[in-house]
Design a protein around this ligand. Structure first.
Ligand code: CP
Ligand code: NVA
Length: 320
């Protein structure tokens, strides 16, 4: 039984297979040779809001032949305290696979363990694997192999999206720089879990710079120095400052993260043909300014569309 619960658990070979299959899924949209989910019913179980993930999975599952059911966690007994493991065993008797968006990573893992059906993490507080696989597919379709390239993440470096980037960098061998104030950088334990070694800190005028390397050639840099992090980057990437579930911290986050924004001044430090991407939803004037967002809208909405193609590739890989 295969699941996609995290990039931490996904092998480099499987990542490569999914990325290669994404190209085929995109090219063959509308005339697929097979519909591997014909006769099946899949459920989307969501405890958090979603536009892209929900729509792309619903459309993708239908295009692969499945019937689809959307279950808001708040509307089923899960929202009234029924345990995950019981919900998992019920759904496992009735549907053929589940796409699960929730808070704790442990809940997705528990669901997969008890359900006995393919389970996909559609975002937890710890990871957003489908997003980052899509982002890498999007980068590679425009710029070729990501191996050896420089990706700079700007903003809340301690949330789910940058965590999945950390695991991807270690596995696929590119340099990931996370530009964030100290308290919004990922913990060193995450770098170690990803396989980065020689992790050490060097002093700099804006505080410590943490660096590490992986056997794949992957590199990690954590720094509060935004401009140094952007220098020569092939991809500038950002995400919201206030992730779902962190709303009570909004005022403090906006204060501390102020300035950690992708804008024209920052883009000038990146490589001349650097891409700018955003997983969306975007908050203009916070993590990105409006002019820069609109200047890179073609890439950003290619990225959004590509959720569909990459997730179809993930599902086909899961059920193969
Ligand atoms: N990027 C992303 O996952 O968007 P949604 O929250 O709209 O699904
Ligand atoms: N970090 C964001 C991603 C949204 C797609 C969140 O968790 O809300």
């Amino acid at each position: 039984m295969k699941h996609l619960l995290s990039l931490e658990q996904l092998s480099r070979a499987d990542m490569g297979a999914i990325l290669a299959a994404s190209v085929v899924m995109k090219r063959q949209r509308g005339h697929h040779a097979s519909r591997p989910l014909e006769g099946q019913t899949w459920a989307l179980l969501f405890a958090k809001s979603s536009t892209r993930t929900r729509v792309s999975f619903e459309v993708g599952l239908r295009e692969l032949g499945a019937n689809v059911m959307f279950l808001s966690a708040a509307d089923i007994q899960l929202g009234r305290g029924e345990p995950i493991k019981d919900t998992a065993r019920v759904l496992g008797r009735m549907v053929h696979g589940v796409i699960f968006r929730t808070f704790a990573q442990a809940d997705v893992e528990e669901f997969a363990h008890y359900s006995g059906i393919p389970t996909i993490n559609a975002l937890t507080d710890e990871e957003h694997p489908c997003q980052i696989l899509t982002d890498i597919f999007t980068f590679q379709e425009q710029r070729g192999p990501i191996q050896g390239k420089i990706v700079t993440f700007v903003g809340d470096g301690a949330c789910n999206v940058p965590a999945s980037w950390v695991f991807a960098a270690a596995k696929l061998g590119f340099e990931l720089r996370i530009a964030a104030p100290k308290q919004f950088q990922p913990p060193l334990s995450l770098l170690e879990r990803a396989g980065f070694t020689h992790v050490h800190a060097q002093p700099s005028p804006v505080g410590e710079v943490i660096t590490g390397s992986a056997t794949t050639g992957g590199k990690i840099v954590l720094t509060a120095d935004l401009q140094a992090a952007a220098k020569g980057a092939h991809l500038l990437y950002t995400d919201v400052w206030v992730s779902m579930g962190k709303e009570a911290e909004a005022a403090e986050r906006i204060k501390v993260l102020a300035g950690y924004q992708i804008n024209a001044a920052l883009v000038r430090h990146a490589a001349p043909d650097a891409l700018v991407m955003h997983c969306l939803p975007a908050y203009r004037g916070k993590e990105i300014d409006d002019a820069t967002f609109e200047a890179h809208a073609q890439t950003i909405f290619d990225e959004a569309e590509n959720r569909l193609h990459t997730q179809k590739a993930i599902i086909a890989w899961l059920v193969a």
